[in-house]
Design a protein around this ligand. Structure first.
Ligand code: 5GP
Length: 365
């Protein structure tokens, strides 16, 4: 990014609410990790969706889009995460990755970030799930100490592949940190391969989290044919929805699901490049941003996995604006409205709103 338009998007203060820690690792940090673990023989091409692929997708303009596009069943190549997890398997790695990711988001103009990550245990390095969470918290505190200009919170992730018992244990661990982390751990994310397992098995863990005061962000209808699961989990209800690609009738969802989301006023976290590269959406112009934006429903532009998908939040905003013809004023409004959907308390929202007011260009006032 180097022209005047790019400067606008970079300097636009932004809120990032859907960022998986290990999917957000940059090329530079992967390089450091590969140097630390040469014996793994891992190459960059195994940890990110390459440029060639991106170029092909970028060339897709509206008239090239097929309507009635049916997605593939698996939205992200989940193998990529297995490779990254091999590179990030100790407290030292997690600390480095988390501090690098936070500083990169800050350098991209993100003023408030909710990071999410699945606590893992690794017998080879002695890593435990508790130490995993503590290390992410330590990284957040370190960035605060260094006065990095960003407010960071943490959502503990449940990987749906691991079933009901692990989900319940994860919620219990999150509850402990919710009470002891001085507001840093604020919620739960439900993610992982959406083609594996069923939300009904995770319902009691998620309900327990909600009752404890933890906020819930759930990946819902990320792939087609999840109607019943989505319908069930919407009744909890979640505080935000990740993706929601197949909620609306035009994408094989239903008006009933849309009505529930609208009635409960649940914001959607939209990650355009992730969906296009992950092939659940045919091209940018076909993204469900259009559907929800025109309805005036709460939406937040996010990156999902900025490392894996080789993007950043500035690029995502620029892509939305150029694809859907948003004025700069409309883009500013979109980034400002995201403050209302953060999980941190009202006092934090007020601070952020003040920050936005201070930075607001005169012509938008
Ligand atoms: P981590 O939790 O290890 O920090 O980040 C990687 C994990 O996030 C993946 O193993 C997967 O569980 C989850 N994840 C990342 N991107 C996506 C996505 O686009 N969809 C879903 N469902 N899960 C994802």
């Amino acid at each position: 990014m180097d022209n005047e338009a790019d400067t606008f998007y970079r300097e636009l203060p932004k809120v990032e609410l859907h960022a998986h820690l290990n999917g957000s690792v940059s090329f530079q940090t992967i390089e450091k990790l590969i140097r630390r673990k040469p014996q793994l023989n891992i190459e960059h091409s195994m940890t990110a969706i390459g440029k060639g692929q991106r170029r092909t997708l970028d060339e897709c303009v509206k008239h090239h889009c097929k309507t009635n596009y049916k997605s593939k069943n698996n939205p992200v190549c989940f193998q990529v995460f297995k490779v990254i997890h091999q590179l990030v398997d100790s407290e030292e790695d997690i600390f480095m990755v988390a501090t690098d990711v936070i500083k990169e988001f800050a350098a991209d103009g993100v003023k408030y970030l909710e990071l999410r990550s699945t606590p893992r245990e690794e017998t080879a390095t002695g890593l435990t799930k508790r130490r995993y969470i503590e290390t992410v918290i330590k990284a957040i505190q370190q960035c605060k100490k260094e006065r990095v200009d960003i407010d960071v919170r943490f959502l503990v992730a449940i990987d749906r592949r691991n079933g009901s018992q692990v989900a319940m244990e994860t919620v219990q661990l999150a509850e402990e940190f919710f009470l002891s982390s001085d507001g840093l751990v604020i919620g739960i994310d439900l993610s992982g391969d959406p083609t594996v397992g069923h939300g009904r098995d995770l319902l009691s863990a998620l309900q327990r989290a909600k009752n404890s005061g933890l906020k819930l962000s759930l990946h819902l209808s990320e792939v087609p044919s999840q109607h019943d699961e989505t319908d069930l989990l919407l009744d909890i209800p979640p505080d935000r929805i990740g993706h929601g690609t197949f909620l609306h009738p035009e994408m094989g969802g239903s008006q009933g699901l849309v009505d529930k989301v609208v009635q409960k006023n649940i914001p959607l976290e939209l990650c355009l490049t992730s969906n296009v590269k992950g092939q659940t959406v045919q091209c940018y112009a076909e993204h469900h941003f259009k559907y929800w934006y025109h309805m005036g429903h709460p939406i937040v532009i996010c990156t999902d996995d900025k490392g894996v998908f080789a993007t950043d939040l500035s690029q995502e905003y620029k892509m939305v604006a150029t694809t859907f013809g948003l004025s700069r004023e409309a883009v500013w409004k979109l980034s400002q409205q995201a403050i209302d959907y953060i999980f941190a308390p009202v006092s934090v929202k007020e601070q952020l709103k003040q920050k936005w007011r201070n930075l607001q260009p005169q012509e938008f006032k």
